[in-house]
Design a protein around this ligand. Structure first.
Ligand code: CP3
Length: 353
């Protein structure tokens, strides 16, 4: 993989000719090709079969022309590797049938050796890299300790994360025990992904935003800092995506990541100002804009590009994952619009290399 690929250059805030673009959840259900493969296999089988994972990872690169691939997998493979049973219920998504409710359950969780328990992900990375043949970089990922813990305690998604917060307030010591094990597991997992050939890694803190600012610092961000400082990066960019934590951007920008992913409730120009050249910014179009007509999507894209303004350090993305019922044509229109409309913001930059 040439390290001067536009996506990797943007992660390092180096000049590019056009803003690179990829889309969270690009390897998923809005693609008819994905749904066709899915008719034959259940979701976990797809995650655990490297040839299928590689095939799905490659789909949006071919169909949309995005500037980066993201590995087809899921954040919940780590808790499974730590010893939690994981089931996929059709129409409901992944479920932990035996959610964490006791100290004994937390004590019983192991910190997995990734090559032993998550070898299928590492194989999928190697196979995908081969398939991509250097066309675009491959992003691999993990959930954040807090977001994973929230799922492990609730057993599934939740509107208020009441169980997870009850444990956090009642027994912060147990919450820290769980988060500590998760942080150790995530760091080892990300290091193994980098060793297997991932060109960038992203940490998803999808549910960091349900915490108060102090709790976010204590129960999420401090573990992110620990994980990132423990990575053997060798120049591999680290992206930290945190949803709903726009008011804490200054703190987030100091976590050690190269890139901060933000949601659409944040003004990306303001985010760039707060970041102050410390990190690149990834985002942040409202995913709902993709329900509009292609010419309206173009206007929305121009809005985000204009807010970020001229110069390097922007990776275009949605502020959250693409919805399953969005027409592929609209997603393609978004990618095209970014490629065409972003050039004016980089005029002359590439000469200054
Ligand atoms: O971005 C990509 O395309 C790469 C693959 C990817 C998936 N999940 C595949 C998937 C990534 C990066 C994820 C991350 C993920 N998984 C998160 C964090 C990011 C986010 O979008 O919030 C979370 C919270 C999960 C857990 C998860 N996985 C849930 C709650 C669900 C069910 C609801 C849903 O969004 O589908 C999944 C299932 C899942 N993960 C699917 C895919 C393609 C759909 C499976 C299917 O029905 O075919």
């Amino acid at each position: 993989m040439p390290s001067d690929h536009t996506f990797l250059r943007a992660c390092r805030r180096e000049p590019v000719e056009a803003t690179p673009v990829w889309i969270m959840r690009q390897a998923g259900r809005y693609l008819p090709e994905y749904r066709r493969i899915r008719e034959h296999y259940d979701f976990m089988t797809m995650c655990k079969t490297p040839s299928l994972a590689a095939e799905i990872t490659f789909l949006p690169v071919e169909i949309l022309g995005v500037d980066a691939a993201i590995l087809f997998s899921d954040i919940l493979v780590i808790p499974e590797a730590m010893g939690m049973g994981l089931e996929f219920h059709e129409g409901r998504g992944p479920v932990f049938p035996d959610p964490i409710r006791t100290e004994n359950q937390i004590q019983a969780l192991t910190v997995p050796d990734p090559s032993e328990k998550l070898g299928y992900v590492l194989d999928a990375i190697r196979e995908t890299k081969e398939r991509l043949g250097g066309k675009v970089p491959l992003i691999s990922f993990s959930g954040s300790p807090w977001t994973l813990a929230a799922y492990m305690i609730e057993g599934q998604g939740s509107p208020d994360f009441r169980q997870a917060k009850t444990l956090m307030y009642d027994r912060p010591d147990l919450m820290h025990l769980l988060l500590g094990k998760l942080a150790e597991s995530v760091a080892a997992y990300l290091n193994a992904q980098i060793e297997a050939g991932a060109d960038a890694v992203q940490i998803f803190d999808t549910w960091g935003g349900v915490l108060s600012p102090d709790d976010f610092q204590t129960f999420s961000l401090s573990y992110i800092e620990k994980i990132i400082s423990g990575l053997r990066r060798n120049g591999t960019p680290v992206i930290f995506y945190c949803r709903g934590t726009g008011v804490l951007l200054d703190e987030v920008a100091r976590c050690g990541a190269d890139v901060i992913g933000i949601d659409w409730t944040v003004d990306i120009g303001r985010a760039r100002e707060i970041a102050g050249g410390r990190v690149a910014i990834q985002g942040n179009l409202d995913p709902a804009a993709l329900y509009a007509a292609p010419e309206k999507i173009r206007e929305a894209v121009k809005g985000v590009l204009g807010k970020f303004g001229s110069g390097p350090g922007h990776i275009f993305n949605l502020g959250a994952g693409v919805a399953p019922d969005v027409p592929v044509e609209n997603v393609r229109a978004l990618v095209q619009a970014v490629k065409e409309e972003s050039r004016v913001y980089h005029d002359g930059n590439h000469i200054r290399r």
